[in-house]
Design a protein around this ligand. Structure first.
Ligand SMILES: [Zn+2]
Ligand SMILES: [Zn+2]
Length: 142
């Protein structure tokens, strides 16, 4: 049996556990994922639909379904954190990688929709690194 992993939202209302039995790990750079995450790409891990146990707060989840594309986001209605959901075709449970609290075995396998990549993504990967920060800005001046 693979390891159980805990996950949840930032404010702690919603908690779940999943087993480290992941099939696919994709980083999606499409414009919709940029908007939904507020960041350069979404990191989504795919597993079988039965691989989740909700521990608390499931009633605090809000669902957004895109009207045209096969595209959903499940998020905590207090803190906005992305949470796992079953896709429309019910073939996979999609787990936002950042919602997991512990290390897991799968690594990203592909970057998809890179034709829509954020214009600042490559530069961001080359930018200076700081191991810590203060209020999400580095303590040092650039
Ligand atoms: Zn929350
Ligand atoms: Zn996307």
């Amino acid at each position: 049996m693979n390891k159980m992993l805990s996950g949840g939202c930032l404010c702690g209302r919603v908690k779940f556990s999943v087993r480290d039995e992941f099939k696919t790990f994709l980083q999606c750079h499409c414009k919709q994922c940029q908007q939904l995450t507020g960041s350069a790409f979404a990191s989504n891990i795919f597993t079988h639909p039965g691989n989740i146990e909700w521990l608390c707060g499931e009633s605090n989840i809000t669902v957004y379904e895109h009207p045209i594309r096969e595209f959903s986001k499940f998020f905590c209605n207090r803190c906005g954190s992305g949470l796992p959901f079953i896709n429309k075709t019910k073939t996979s449970l999609i787990v936002p990688a950042g919602s997991l609290n512990e290390a897991f075995t799968i690594q990203p396998q592909a970057n998809i929709f890179t034709s829509e990549e954020a214009s600042w993504f490559r530069a961001g990967m080359q930018a200076k690194c700081f191991s810590g920060g203060r209020s999400h800005t580095p303590a040092t001046r650039f």
